[in-house]
Design a protein around this ligand. Structure first.
Ligand code: BGP
Length: 474
């Protein structure tokens, strides 16, 4: 599938390289009103306009994992996946007064115990685009009280599960809410306000740093186990431009890279935000809501390791106009690479070498940083897919090359010094994809919506099992 030559790449991954599954609470658990769970942003949008969701499948049922987690952890184990990352839902763990909800806590204790029993380690992320709706109504990430509420939720989670969980993450893809909700207007509340997006991004950055600080304090006190680590997960994507770029194209690359990548990399390695980006924003009239004391808060945001989600590269060029029709500043516009290979179901470019390019950028610019591939995968419309003689979806022709090519570039990066420790495939079991619902299927395991969410291996599962057991990317 790749346009790159794969022939010379490394094909073996280190013995201690781990394989796992990436998922999230709001996309899998279901039980949207059980255990006193509060309404979150996705429930709010589903309740308000179910037609916005593919086939009118809203946030309510996930993939039924809340009822089937024991079965799912057994499947992960059978596939040779030793870990899985999911998220606690803020709206399930905390009540509307900001206190721990014991029923929600009991649900997660049981889920984590079931994973341990199946031989799967759970990595816990605290936020996956799923703010409780009542906090959004109070101003969301722009309101410092909400930022504080997140820190207090994080503290409650560390206190409750601090002896059970070794790997923690503050946020998944913190760049996505600013972009999807506030720049592109694609997700509720559908704003197109660039300056607001940056204020939201700043609020998330403070929230991240406050949570890391709480983690360190609780670890020093012995509440969090001594071997626990904390990190952040982002969808880093190498920005490329045309082959013979103008200075304006390179400027588009600088700001895209600055807002999407360096913002988070600087925060988690240095405890600062990239000065050049903040300066350019200010020159274009976008001021961050900085208060006295913020610098010291951000300084505490350095992490132990990082999650790198990779699906597609970003290709940009100088924008035709530096403001849009609403007066928002525009720093870049998409560049359509004529050779791009597309996943037509999702509209995303398939470019496995991008994972290597970004890995090598991190190795060069942030050499101390350890990381893992925290999401990678391919979502395809499979409703009418071919089935093998035994009835399994035959997805080998597209899923195997996608994962194989990405893993080979990962192996190559490791061979050249990248500090990558493992790989989590996104959506090992088909799950709910936000407003795309069940349109695009990512799984090695099918979820049958017509048969009460029953699970069945797809044809590609056998290939995955081979790779996880041999560490050879055949
Ligand atoms: C990432 C998210 C996941 C997941 C994945 C696939 O950005 O962290 O939550 O959904 O993308 O994207 P989608 O589900 O939109 O196809």
């Amino acid at each position: 599938m790749s346009t790159q030559s794969q022939t010379d790449l490394a094909v073996t991954l280190p013995d201690d390289f781990f394989f796992g599954a990436a998922l999230s609470g709001p996309q899998t658990e279901g039980m949207w009103q059980a255990h006193g769970k509060l309404e979150n942003m996705w429930d709010l949008w589903s309740n308000q306009d179910i037609r916005a969701f593919y086939n009118r499948v809203g946030s309510y049922a996930g993939n039924d994992m809340g009822a089937r987690y024991a079965e799912d952890f057994a499947l992960f184990h059978e596939l040779g996946l030793s870990s899985c990352r999911t998220s606690i839902q803020w709206s399930r763990l905390m009540d509307a007064d900001g206190q721990l909800n014991p029923e929600g806590a009991a649900f997660y204790h049981e889920l984590f115990a079931a994973a341990r029993e199946a031989g799967v380690e759970v990595f816990v992320n605290l936020y996956h685009f799923d703010m409780p709706a009542y906090l959004f109504r109070r101003g969301g990430w722009e309101n410092r009280e909400v930022v504080e509420a997140y820190a207090s939720y994080a503290r409650a989670a560390f206190t409750e599960f601090g002896q059970e969980i070794e790997h923690w993450f503050t946020f998944n893809e913190p760049i996505v809410e600013p972009e999807q909700r506030y720049v592109h207007g694609a997700w509720y509340p559908f704003h197109r306000d660039f300056a607001q997006a940056r204020r939201v991004q700043y609020g998330i950055s403070l929230a991240h740093a406050l949570a890391v600080d709480a983690f360190r304090t609780l670890q020093a006190a012995g509440t969090v186990r001594a071997d626990a680590k904390i990190g952040l997960i982002n969808c880093f994507t190498p920005p490329y431009t045309r082959e013979d770029p103008t200075p304006a194209d390179l400027e588009a690359v600088r700001m895209t890279d600055g807002l999407h990548n360096r913002w988070w990399l600087d925060l988690v390695t240095k405890g600062t935000l990239p000065t050049d980006v903040v300066k350019t924003l200010s020159e274009r009239g976008v001021e961050l809501p900085v208060r006295a004391g913020d610098e010291a808060i951000l300084a505490r945001g350095t992490v132990d390791w990082l999650g790198f989600n990779y699906y597609q590269p970003t290709r940009v060029q100088a924008p035709a106009s530096d403001t849009d029709e609403l007066g928002n500043p525009v720093f870049a516009e998409p560049y359509v690479w004529p050779e791009a290979v597309m996943n037509k179901s999702r509209g995303w470019e398939i470019y496995p070498k991008g994972i290597y390019d970004f890995a090598m950028t991190m190795t060069r610019d942030y050499p101390e940083l350890e990381w893992f591939v925290s999401e990678n995968g391919i979502g395809i419309e499979e409703h009418h897919a071919a089935r093998t003689a035994d009835g399994a979806i035959d997805d080998v022709a597209y899923r195997v090359p996608f994962v194989r090519d990405h893993l080979r570039w990962v192996a190559q990066a490791i061979a050249e010094g990248a500090r990558c420790r493992g790989y989590h495939y996104w959506g090992v079991i088909d799950c709910w994809s936000w407003n795309n619902a069940y349109k695009n299927r990512y799984g090695f395991v099918e979820v049958d919506l017509q048969d009460n969410y029953s699970r069945r291996y797809k044809a590609s599962a056998e290939w995955l099992r081979q790779v996880t057991s041999t560490h050879v990317i055949a």
